[in-house]
Design a binder for this molecule. Sequence first.
Ligand code: NAD
Ligand code: MG
Length: 404
Amino acid sequence: MTQQIAILGATGSIGTSTLDILNKHKDKFSVYALSGFSRLDRLFELCQQFLPKRVAVAQKEVDAFTTRLQDAGLKIEVVGGQTGLKDIASDSQVDTVVASIVGSAGLESTLAAAQAGKRILLANKEALVMAGELMMSAARHANATLLPVDSEHNAIFQSLPQAVQQHSENIHNIDYGIRQLWLTASGGPFLHSDFKQMQMATVEQAVAHPNWSMGQKISVDSATMMNKGLELIEACHLFNLPEDKIKVVMHPQSIIHSLVEYVDGSILSQMGSPDMRTPIAHCLAYPQRIESGVQRLDLYKMSQLEFLEPDLQKFACLRLARQAMQAGSWANISLNASNEVAVDAFLQKQIRLTDIANINELVLEAMSTNANSANTINSLQQILLVDGSARQAAQMAINRLSLK
Ligand code: NAD
Ligand code: MG
């Protein structure tokens, strides 16, 4: 039997890398469902190539896309909107859900996959930042398997004892001697720039990552290091650790993808070319291994691996993420929402790159005044409420900036 796969966010960077691997292993995997949002021509091509049973698009596109598929002689069911995505994520025919929608738009379907007990390949880090407790407890209750696609978390996962990977043992079990985790960060395009240069950065400069080719939002997040901040929060939830047990180290070459430090002084890590097909292939085949098509590392040609301390003044978003994780769920949700709105405004050239951190900080302050004492927000409804207020606060901050 082949594993039936649903790829939510199939037209994006992670979706494309995933399909590339599936294409190499048709004996092991079948593409059961796909989703797309704005790039419908691309989605149509994928439908022709992979012949999924179901496909999800935005609600307003359902009729036109259905007609388009029918006209091409393709019998594929089209579903729409968040309801359609959730329906696919919990479809009884689906074994594995690749959660690769960007941002909060992926939250509900990822949660639905967890509640339905699926094997989840989690790329959509924002879902875990917004709903860490809810997602992890849903996964536990429904016996879902969460496998981290994010390269850093995947590297940590690979470097942990097998019993901890499979949740048969707790990461805090003293016998395993885990002292702390290290997340590596490339530093993005502005690692060696000063603050002024970062302030003047164009959209084109900000999305030009030196090592990784990724979607626009995560590329901007890498430039501000908000990405590492989101990953810090993601790691706290995935590995059930407080933020002070997770260090961040700059590693410009992106060869070591993260590390686990043990009490005896050992540090275990995973290395590889910076290509998302490695962690995706690892998750698809886990606990086995399959070919990914990734260029192999030539150790003879690797002359240096550097490690540096992050500059938290220049990369204020990373500092804010630690603060948010300490403050509680409301702050994580607010920071993520604010950041999504601010990144969007930057991409639309309304604000400067360095304004993103300022807006995020203002929103965290504004939201702290009406944060309720409930540190743990554990319903989707509450999460969406906080998300909505933070988005409003961010939009107000952007409007004020744009007026100046
Ligand atoms: P991308 O922009 O290339 O693709 C995003 C996908 O989400 C597309 O398929 C798009 O159709 C879909 N989408 C966007 N808005 C939507 C909406 N409102 N409703 C439904 N679908 C919507 O992004 P990406 O780089 O592939 O990143 C996807 C996720 O994976 C992000 O959460 C990112 O942080 C994470 N991630 C990406 C990488 C990478 O190398 N690209 C690495 C680690 C983690
Ligand atoms: Mg990452």
